[in-house]
Design a protein around this ligand. Structure first.
Ligand SMILES: NC(=O)C1=CN([C@@H]2O[C@H](COP(=O)(O)OP(=O)(O)OC[C@H]3O[C@@H](n4cnc5c(N)ncnc54)[C@H](O)[C@@H]3O)[C@@H](O)[C@H]2O)C=CC1
Ligand SMILES: O=C(O)C1=N[C@H](C(=O)O)C[C@H](O)C1
Length: 272
């Protein structure tokens, strides 16, 4: 029997961390060899299975990522920007594929990750689902087909614990729309209007964030002209969707050359 690639889950007590553990076990193509939480978290030093309210899994939660990554061929990371930047260095040292689901990065953070991708395999996406990645392709095509008579607005809805806005997915969709239009998103982005804003500027791409209850993740891309409106929509029904995508990315990355990849690469979807 061949050995399965070993995987470490970071932020293991989080909403996505726990979902990843369950999906890795159910999927069976990766072996869970480590679980990382932040220092001071009450899961550190305890068996992961017991922490999750089940039988022991034989994996002790650690706050030492270097020790955990040394045993792994892949690290799946849905945490926070500062943690992910530190993990990128350590995953590269361990030659483990770093699958990054974390969102909320600044431009400087993204430049740092791009640099890390020169000597490591990184797969990063603000959304790991097939549906959203397909939606980015469609958004780019529709934006390319229409002129700026169609105002583009992106509305995203998430649960009340989410800490970043716009969502990583909304930004992916905004980038796709801007690419389709042949413009730079940073020059046309209009985020969360408030007060006497003046009339909408032609060519802008607007972003709006709703936060409430347990919404898993919903995204609308609206193309509105004076006489008609096109709405592209994705609704995530269940977080397992993102975990399944991340597992696929960890397996896909095993034989790849160093570089920063995304889910379009993993899923074989067109990039232009
Ligand atoms: N790309 C995608 O498909 C998806 C991305 N996300 C993103 O994943 C991230 C996490 O989301 P949730 O699981 O909902 O958040 P969460 O708050 O439930 O979990 C984050 C976990 O990371 C841990 N953490 C923070 N700093 C750490 C450190 N230095 N070392 C180890 N652990 C650390 C926290 O203690 C927490 O357990 C967010 O950025 C979210 O936007 C969420 C769902 C899908
Ligand atoms: O924080 C979340 O929950 C999600 N975050 C990602 C994002 O920022 O787009 C993906 C998904 O929508 C859920």
């Amino acid at each position: 029997m061949t050995d399965l690639p070993g995987v470490v889950v970071t932020g293991v007590s989080g909403r996505m961390g726990q979902m990843l553990v369950r999906e890795i076990q159910a999927d069976g193509r990766l072996k869970l060899v480590g679980a990382v939480e932040r220092s001071g978290h009450d899961w550190v030093g305890r068996d992961l299975g017991a922490c999750m309210g089940g039988a022991d899994l034989g994996v002790t939660v650690t706050d030492d990522p270097l020790e955990a990554f040394a045993k792994a061929q892949a690290v799946i990371d849905f945490t926070a920007p500062a943690a992910t930047l530190a993990f990128a260095e350590l995953a590269a040292q361990a030659r483990a594929v770093h699958v990054i689901g974390t969102t909320g990065f600044s431009d400087e953070d993204l430049a740092q990750l791009k640099h890390a991708g020169h000597h490591a395999v990184i797969v990063r996406a603000g959304n790991m689902s097939l549906g959203v990645n397909l939606l980015t392709v469609l958004t780019r095509q529709v934006a390319k087909a229409l002129d700026a008579d169609f105002d583009i607005e992106i509305i995203e809805s998430h649960h009340n614990r989410k800490v970043d806005a716009p969502s990583g997915t909304a930004l992916m969709l905004g980038e796709a729309a801007a690419e389709g239009r042949g413009v730079n998103l940073s020059e046309v982005s209009d985020r969360g209007r408030d007060g006497i804003t003046g009339a909408r500027k032609r060519g802008d791409i607007g972003f709006h964030a709703i936060r409430g209850g347990g919404i898993v993740g919903e995204h609308d891309v609206i193309f509105a002209s004076p006489s008609e409106r096109i709405v592209l929509r994705h609704i995530a029904e269940d977080r397992s969707l993102f975990a399944k995508g991340a597992i696929k990315a960890a397996l896909w990355g095993q034989d790849k050359a160093p570089g920063e990849y995304d889910m379009l690469d993993v899923l074989g979807l067109p990039k232009d």
